[in-house]
Design a protein around this ligand. Sequence first.
Ligand code: FAD
Length: 278
Amino acid sequence: MIPPIANHFVAGESPATALEHVRRLNDRDVKAILNLLGEHYDDRDAAAADAAEYRRLVDDIANSSLEACISVKPSQLGLDLGEDVFRETLAGVVDAAADRDVFVWIDMEDHTTTDATLDAYEELARAHEGGVGVCVQANLKRTREDVERLADVPGKVRFVKGAYDEPADIAYRDADRVDREYEALLEYAFEHYDGGIAVGSHDPAMIDHAIDCHETHGTDFEIQMLMGVREDAQNELAAEYSVYQYVPYGDRWKSYFYRRMTERTANVRFALRALLDR
Ligand code: FAD
């Protein structure tokens, strides 16, 4: 059982509690991206077990009337064990999801994984027209080229600022510079992509910029935010736009929760206020 405060950011330990959370979200017109917490496995059994749980989750989603998709991490599906292990495990999940018409996102981890992740995405997205998406990070200098490369791939692209502490020779480390890069990437995508743009940010300035780009170019997009972060804004935006909440669940919740608490005092304040309001 996940304790108070943590349960604002993580939707329980079991798929059943996570799906119950999705049901409540859908009632507010917010859709869900389910993520089973887990990363950096160094044995095949752990990667295979999470892949099997994702396949069961895909069935649960398909057998329900819920508006939900899934998001997987490359190192959760075996990338630390080798690109071949990752490709095979990911393909098993994506094939099962495609059979049940459930969308699969691939999260992006640190820069050492970018090529393997984009290559796997491109191959699967071409094989399953429209059923797969990948995340790109505005803090990496290479991302402009990647975003151009992905323009004609039939899938979705989630734009984020980047969560990993990357070296200065390959990444922008200044927050304002990352924001400018993020805006430039959105401008490119809204002009050149045929839809499939996901704005993965809580930043009101980035979301406003995406809305401006949408109004200029008419390109379809969706907004994605994390469970427990700016949920009022998620509900408000959902009245007009397609909004997805990224919903982590599972028994490996401690490190995820710790990251949320350390990255922002706003998260700590919000969580404490929620606890005091009980
Ligand atoms: P920030 O730059 O952190 O903050 C900008 C402004 O946003 C703040 O000034 C404030 O106004 C508002 N804001 C931000 N956080 C809060 C808060 N907690 N409470 C209130 N206001 C807030 N990163 C990866 O590297 N790989 C991934 O695969 C990945 N997937 C993601 C999926 C989703 C759906 C989301 C939302 C993020 C993902 N990220 C991923 C994380 C991302 O890279 C950023 O680290 C993270 O989103 C913080 O950047 P930001 O754009 O939200 O806003």
